[in-house]
Design a protein around this ligand. Structure first.
Ligand SMILES: NC(=O)c1ccc[n+]([C@@H]2O[C@H](COP(=O)([O-])OP(=O)(O)OC[C@H]3O[C@@H](n4cnc5c(N)ncnc54)[C@H](OP(=O)(O)O)[C@@H]3O)[C@@H](O)[C@H]2O)c1
Length: 278
């Protein structure tokens, strides 16, 4: 999802972009083959490499720690080191899950303290990219949303049909629109800055709050929202932290980018999403 948005954004601004794929039937000049489970051969030289490919589901990493580590750490760092060796600036997309979710607005200089395998893998990949010195940047993200999000489209369909939905009252997110992620990645790429960068929403709120904003935006009955608990769902404990926000002081002072309010991101995404659902 984010890789596609990055490719579109950079192409639209005149960059020559190659977006890798692991699907042989989609390989062409603009989409070279890359399988992070077994990276081999040479990728073309690049000024900037953004490492967006990953096994990004917490449950997948818990279920298959060795297989996912091969992709998220070993394969990722093999590409990072190979491309940096040819002079590229390397940007790794990482996650708030390098922290344990107990503290809001985490300081970027806090030591990683992941509570899940996905977070441990991201922390290991971060260390490898930061070891590239002035050629390595880490961009940590909270939940990234784009219009057309399946969850919201599904909820909207049910509400339009007059059916109840059951969002979780005890599952939180600090959403950030994918547009802000690509904007920040563009700054890092253009300036070739190294170090740790953050891009999250300003505050964590529940999926029930998100559902209420949706119902309001599409003028449906809020009584159709019947809160449930994620305790009863098959969601690993580490996938439901209380806090996912990260401080964005550097991004604000350097580029004027601030963490967007929950309400603003939700309404922006929903106004795009309701078109998909209508
Ligand atoms: N989305 C978020 O909310 C969020 C939040 C924090 C951090 N991040 C990080 O941001 C990055 C992008 O996330 P996303 O949401 O855009 O993920 P995504 O939609 O799941 O995309 C991941 C991409 O990685 C590719 N991939 C998986 N295994 C691969 C392998 N062995 N070799 C090569 N490519 C492989 C997938 O290919 P296929 O299409 O073939 O499956 C897919 O295109 C990830 O590193 C993720 O950890 C995302």
């Amino acid at each position: 999802m984010i890789g596609a948005a990055l490719a579109d954004h950079f192409s639209a601004r005149g960059w020559q972009v190659q977006a890798t794929t692991r699907r042989r039937d989609q390989v062409d000049e603009a989409h070279p083959f890359l399988n992070l489970a077994a990276p081999m051969g040479d990728l073309a030289n690049a000024d900037v490499v953004i490492l967006a490919a990953a096994m990004a589901r917490i449950g997948d990493c818990e279920d298959d720690p060795d297989g996912t580590r091969q992709i998220n750490v070993d394969g990722t760092l093999a590409v990072a080191q190979g491309m940096a060796g040819q002079g590229a600036h390397v940007i790794l997309l990482s996650s708030d899950k390098v922290f344990d979710g107990t503290v809001p607005l985490r300081d970027r200089n806090d030591d990683p303290c992941p509570a899940c395998e996905y977070g441990r893998q991201k922390a290991a990949a971060e260390a490898g990219v930061l070891a590239l010195g002035d050629q390595g940047a880490v961009l940590r993200l909270s939940k990234v949303l784009e219009p057309g999000l399946e969850l919201l489209t599904g909820w909207a369909r049910e509400l339009f049909a007059g059916n109840a939905i059951t969002p979780f009252h005890d599952l939180y997110l600090a959403p950030v629109p994918v547009d802000l992620v690509v904007q920040l990645a563009m700054h890092i790429a253009v300036e070739r800055v190294a170090g740790i960068f953050h891009c999250t929403g300003a505050e964590d709120r529940s999926y029930v709050d998100l559902a209420h904003i949706l119902a309001e935006e599409i003028a449906r009955d809020p009584d159709l929202i019947q809160p449930g608990s994620c305790q009863t769902a098959n969601i690993p404990a580490a996938a439901r932290p209380r806090h996912t926000t990260l401080e964005m002081t550097v991004e604000q002072s350097r580029w004027g980018l601030t963490a967007p309010a929950f309400e603003v991101t939700a309404r922006t995404i929903i106004s795009g999403t309701s078109n998909h659902a209508a």
